[in-house]
Design a protein around this ligand. Sequence first.
Ligand code: ADP
Ligand code: ASP
Ligand code: MG
Length: 401
Amino acid sequence: MSLIVQKFGGSSVANAERVNNVARIVTDTYKKGNKVVVVVSAQGDTTDELIEKQMEINPNASKRERDMLLAAGEQISIALLAMAIEKIGCPVVSLLGWQAGVRTTSSHTNARIKFIDCERLKRELDHNRIVIVAGFQGITRYGDVTTLGRGGSDTSAVALACGLHADLCQIYTDVEGVYTADPRKIKDARKLDEISYDEMLELATLGAQVLHNRSVELAKKYNLELEVLSSLTSAPGTIVKEAAKVESMLISGIAKDTDIARISVIGVPDEPGLAFKMFSKLAASDVNIDIILQSVGRDGTKDIAFTVSKDKLADTKKVIENFMPSLKAQKVIFDEDVAKVSIVGAGMESHSGFASKMFEALYNADINIQMISTSEIKISVLIKASDADRAVAALHRGFFD
Ligand code: ADP
Ligand code: ASP
Ligand code: MG
């Protein structure tokens, strides 16, 4: 007998037929003698629809109330899935995040799981019930409902699997695994049998939506293998683990992120301390900086450009505008029409030539690069948003054809 955590994303439970399909997968696993904990997301586009409702009423609503609203989506799916399982005749109970003991920080809309109090879960499992848990949500020490950031149900599932010392954690979604690029955009994208935590973490952080990046971070920390697979077909999926088998491919994937904005601070005095002052003020406002580029000083001035995620643009504008008088910049440009496209692969650590091959593919597609950043296992470029899909296609051809 094994303890298995299965997570089903929004498209896997989008309508009654899909909910019944998930109930069948879950009960099949249960009937084989396993203990099963199931994590579900809100149905289909429910979370987006809830955000639209909020925007109609109050675009500046507090984060606490936004969480209260967003958490509602998952409450619907856990109840519906439990009802579908009752119909099949297996014992089942649905639990909200707080009932399942998911304790988080107080950073509403982007809370982090601090620990799982597994007592209730264990009690339900001891009663041989299938336990259905609402993903994406938890509770603070003060008793307030929180959510974990968009796509956070993956992290709920991994955290529960780690907390319960599960034998297996399966992430069911609407594609058959992790591919070399988004299979909905690139028809030649290849499914990977295995991928390492580090590569998967980079891909997820750089925009491959298939796994929430914090779920990969957590799986790596606890050395929990993840299986990413489809709820709609029975094809084998992708295993995410410490050391993926060495394939002939040195690059594991290409990712695109359009949730990014570039800020260019032009013509600031070329003197020590300026970057420190500006970035420490941004850090104090909880703005994470991604790529930074500083030009060589000329005629006593220099330019500094950097990127932030779009949801931090308003905070960034506020800081820069307050800081403007002491910044003595000639002008500041805020540009949301940008995207980051990245290649990821552990092979980069030991082989050379990836950057030139990447830049050649982009040059051949007539795509201009605005900024570049690298780490041991990835190279990212900032380009115009309208070039992003063409860039991914050109890079996929360049590296995988
Ligand atoms: P779920 O609702 O199951 O959580 P998501 O929509 O969050 O599913 O993630 C699955 C989607 O991720 C796929 O439909 C696919 O379009 C997208 N995706 C982006 N990059 C990749 C990739 N490299 N491999 C697989 N899927 C990807
Ligand atoms: N329902 C949430 C979202 O749409 C969480 C998730 O899908 O993982 O972001
Ligand atoms: Mg998801």
